[in-house]
Design a protein around this ligand. Structure first.
Ligand code: DUC
Ligand code: ZN
Ligand code: ZN
Length: 512
C-alpha cells in the first residue's frame, strides 16, 4: 500500500497484492470483513466521484473517490482516469458512508401478524433513505433449531437489494440450542443474538436462559442484544386494563411504564456483567434505562445502547389521535414524554447512546394488503391485539440530519458515527462497512444537506401505508446511492435490483 501526502488530503492506494484492511476474529470467522471483490465477484464498472465533500466519523475533507471492483481504490485530487470511467459530480453534496441499520424486521412473523415488507421492498426503501447495510432479525421457532430459522431467513433474504446480515432471536435456551449458537457464530457469521425479556409465553426467555446465552456469547466474540422490559409485570397491567374496558391504543403506552424498561435494563446489565459478555440494549426509550446504561458504562462495563428516531422526535401525545390513529404509534417500547426525549438527546451527546437504528417493523394501518391477514385494525376493540411495530427504514438519515445536526448541535461526524460507523463496528462489519476509506466497500451516499422536503408515505418505497412522520419537514436529502460502487439510487430513479444484496458474514461484535 502506498501513502503519499498532498496539500490537502492523504492518498491511499492499493498496490496489487497488498492486503485490504480486515479484522480478524480468533481465526474462526476470518474473512468476514473482507471487501466483496476479494470474494470472487464479477468485474464491475470503475467509478469516479468528483468534488466530494467526504464526511466520515472522523474526517471532513474535499476529494475525489475512485472506485474499482466495488470498493474504494483511491482517495485524492485530480486522479487520472480513462474515458471509460463513469464520472459523478458531487459538487454541493456530502459524500457519506452508506447507512448501517442494525435493527429491522423484514418479512417477519410476529404473533399472528407478519411485517408487510419483503426483503426486496424493505431494502429498496432503505436504499432510498441512504442505508446500504441492514442487519435484520431472524428467529428460532420454539422447539426448532436456530439453524433452521437461519435457513428460512436465507430464503426470504434472497430478494434483498442492499447487503444484509442477521441477528438470531433465541427463544429456547438448552444444551442443543447453545451448541447451535456456537455454530452460528463460528460457521455462519451470525455473531449477535437477541433475547426478549418481554412478551411472556410468546418471545420471552427467563433470566436463567438469558444468562446462559450471555455466557455462551462472551469470549466467542458474540454479543447479546436485549429487548429490556419486565414482561411478566407488563402482562399483569395489560390484562387488568383490558378487563377494565380500557381498550384504546393509549393503554399500550400506559401499561408499559418506563420504570419497567429501566428495571429490565438494569437486570440485563447485572447479568451481562456476571457473564462477562458485551451487551447491546435495543430501542432504548426511557430515562431509567439510560441511567442504568450510563451508570454501568461509568464503571467500565461493556454495555452499548441504541435508540430510534421515533423516540427522538415523537412523544406519547400521538396516542391521543382520533379515529384509532394512535394505533400507528403502537410500537414497543411505547413513545414517552418530552422529558425522556430530552434525556435521549443528552445520551447521544455523552455517548451513553451510541447508535440510532430504526426498528423498522411495519404493519399496515388499514386492512393489510398483499394477502397479509393482520393489520393494526386487528386491535380496534382491544389495544393488546394491535401488532407492535412501526415503519422507519427510509427516513432515518434525513430525520437525524435534520433534527440532530440541524437542531441539536450534532456534528456531521457524529451523525455518520451513530448511523453508520458505530453500528458497523459493534456488529462486526467494520471496516468493510461504515466508513469511506481505501479498501472499504464503496457504499457511498451523496447527500444534499440543504434541501428541505416533506415526508409522505405516498412517496416512500416501503409497502407500508403510513409514515410516523407524515407531513414532517426535514432538511437533508439523499441524492445518489452507490452499493459496492453500483449506482442504485439516482434522485427519484431506482437503478438497483432485487437479489443484488449480499449476505454479510459478520466478525467479532461488541468492540469500538
Ligand atoms: N421489539 C422489537 O424490537 N421490534 C418489534 C417488536 C418489539 O417488541
Ligand atoms: Zn424489541
Ligand atoms: Zn425490533
Amino acid at each position: 500500500m502506498l501513502k503519499e501526502t498532498f496539500r490537502e488530503v492523504i492518498i491511499w492506494r492499493y498496490e496489487p497484492g497488498s492486503a485490504p484492511p480486515t479484522i480478524s476474529f480468533n481465526g474462526t470467522n476470518a474473512g468476514a470483513n473482507l471487501p466483496s471483490a476479494r470474494r470472487g465477484e464479477a468485474e464491475m464498472a470503475t467509478v469516479l466521484i468528483k468534488n466530494a465533500h467526504v464526511i466520515t466519523a472522523v474526517d471532513d475533507y474535499h476529494a475525489e473517490i475512485l472506485i474499482e471492483d466495488g470498493r474504494v481504490h483511491t482517495i485524492g485530487k485530480d486522479i487520472p482516469v480513462g474515458d471509460d470511467v463513469e464520472v459523478h459530480d458531487a459538487s454541493g453534496l456530502l459524500a457519506l458512508p452508506g447507512g448501517v441499520d442494525v435493527h429491522t424486521h423484514l418479512d417477519w412473523e410476529f404473533g399472528v401478524a407478519r411485517t408487510v415488507d419483503t426483503f426486496g421492498t424493505g431494502t429498496k426503501a432503505a436504499a432510498f433513505g441512504g442505508t446500504t447495510t441492514v442487519v435484520d432479525f431472524c428467529n428460532q421457532n420454539r422447539g426448532e433449531s436456530p439453524l433452521v430459522g437461519l435457513e428460512n431467513w436465507h430464503e426470504r433474504r434472497q430478494s434483498a437489494c442492499v447487503d444484509v446480515g442477521a441477528h438470531m432471536i433465541m427463544l429456547d435456551i438448552n444444551d442443543q440450542t447453545l451448541a447451535d449458537m456456537k455454530t452460528l457464530i463460528e460457521r455462519e457469521g451470525v455473531t449477535s443474538f437477541k433475547i426478549f425479556m418481554a412478551y411472556p409465553g410468546v418471545l420471552m426467555v427467563e433470566d436463567g436462559g438469558l444468562f446462559k446465552a450471555m455466557r455462551l456469547a462472551g469470549g466467542r466474540g458474540a454479543m447479546i442484544c436485549v429487548h429490556a422490559e419486565n414482561g411478566p409485570v407488563i402482562k399483569v397491567l395489560v390484562e387488568e386494563a383490558v378487563a377494565q374496558g380500557h381498550t384504546a391504543p393509549k393503554y399500550h403506552m400506559l401499561t408499559r411504564p418506563s420504570s419497567m424498561e429501566g428495571e429490565a435494563t438494569h437486570r440485563a446489565i447485572c447479568l451481562s456483567e456476571l457473564a462477562e459478555t458485551p451487551l447491546y440494549v435495543v430501542h432504548l426509550s426511557a430515562i431509567e434505562a439510560l441511567a442504568a446504561v450510563t451508570e454501568a458504562r461509568d464503571r467500565d462495563i461493556r454495555v452499548h445502547a441504541e435508540t430510534c428516531p421515533h423516540y427522538l422526535f415523537l412523544t406519547d401525545e400521538e396516542y391521543d389521535r382520533p379515529e384509532f390513529e394512535g394505533a400507528k404509534y403502537v410500537m414497543t417500547p411505547p413513545l414517552r414524554t418530552h422529558e425522556h426525549q430530552t434525556a435521549l438527546w443528552r445520551g447521544l451527546r455523552t455517548n451513553d447512546l451510541q447508535v440510532i437504528s430504526t426498528d423498522h417493523c411495519p404493519f399496515c394501518f388499514n386492512e393489510q394488503p398483499y394477502g397479509m391477514k393482520y393489520s393494526k385494525q386487528q386491535g380496534k376493540e382491544d389495544f393488546s391485539r394491535i401488532p407492535n411495530g412501526a415503519p422507519g427504514i427510509e427516513t432515518r438519515l434525513p430525520l437525524v440530519h435534520s433534527g440532530g445536526v440541524g437542531k441539536h448541535g450534532m456534528s456531521l461526524n457524529r451523525f455518520v458515527e451513530v448511523t453508520a460507523t458505530t453500528p458497523a463496528k459493534l456488529f462486526g462489519l467494520f471496516p468493510r462497512k461504515g466508513t469511506i476509506a481505501v479498501g472499504s466497500d464503496a457504499d457511498i451516499v451523496l447527500f444534499d444537506p440543504d434541501e428541505t422536503w416533506t415526508i409522505g408515505a405516498a412517496e416512500q418505497h416501503s409497502r407500508i401505508d403510513y409514515s410516523l412522520f407524515e407531513g414532517y419537514s426535514v432538511t437533508g436529502q439523499v441524492k445518489k446511492v452507490f452499493l459496492r460502487g453500483q449506482l442504485i439510487v439516482d434522485g427519484t430513479e431506482w437503478l438497483g435490483h432485487e437479489g443484488a444484496g449480499e449476505f454479510l458474514r459478520r466478525g467479532e461484535c461488541g468492540k469500538l
